[in-house]
Ligand binder design. Sequence first.
Ligand code: 1HN
Length: 316
Amino acid sequence: MSSLITKEPKSDCQPHLWRYDDVRPALMEAGDIISAKEAVRRVLILENPGMTGQSKITTSLYGGLQLVLPGEVAPCHRHSQSALRFVLEGQGAHTAVDGEKTYMSPGDFVTTPSMAWHDHGNTSDQPMVWLDGLDIPIVQFFDASFVEDLDKDEQKITKPANTSQFLYGEGLLPLENDHHGSCSPVFNYTYEKSRRTLEFLRSTQDSDRNHGYKLHYSNPLDGGYAMPTMATFLQMLPKGFAGQPYRSTDATVFVCVEGRGMTNIGGQDFAWSPRDIFVVPSWQKVSHQADEESVLFSYSDRAVQEKLGLWREQKG
Ligand code: 1HN
């Protein structure tokens, strides 16, 4: 019995950090070998070293780096799996979802809901790289995966750019709200806006002893997480911050957006700088330190765990 029902979470997931400078050359090499169109999605999978061969970054989530080169199109398809994009490099490439395009910049968090048609394109003159977070292992667990290809590379654009921002992202909602599904109708949570909120908090409030200044991205229709399966967060650690150890049952993927610091995960130190990605397994003690004012984006399965009444935390 004790191996089935453990006293505490036991996981094959290991703490790990990928330095962007180490993985970028491999991603650019992939760009020379195969086009986005040939690959459908040209991504380097960030595979957790404790779960090799499974294409998982945590037990329940997928993480990867996607490259779209100037002039390329990643052809239109839709699938049961939800995806989040967090832009690491490049400016002005776009993704189209359900008839609307959004142009992306570093630090933007962009949602792709389950079964929404989506294609990506890059009409800028620079490569664009983003972190893809998908709930692939969750959908796999439930044996609920479907995918369809569109009969053309790019879907028809039927809505003016920024439609969802104007209708849902400005503190007003349409009287006859026709938004369907459990994903936020906000398509792009821009870094420009979220960074401003963090700066306001830093300059007016005390920081949390575990998290610094931490926010979750929210669905304006219900105040919950922006996506039904993946919770997403943005936090600022002020210069010199030395956080207390914290643990929670949602294994979490972090990305450094700005600054420089170190995170201790279960007794191991991981130093990070911009665009580095690291993973904290379930229930391992994590404490952050910042040498400079730093910003971290993160995602986890907390949205699912809370719905199922499973999520727990322990503050230090
Ligand atoms: C996918 O469809 C995307 O739509 C990204 O951009 C990453 C990784 C595995 C399978 C499908 C996308 C993916 C993916």
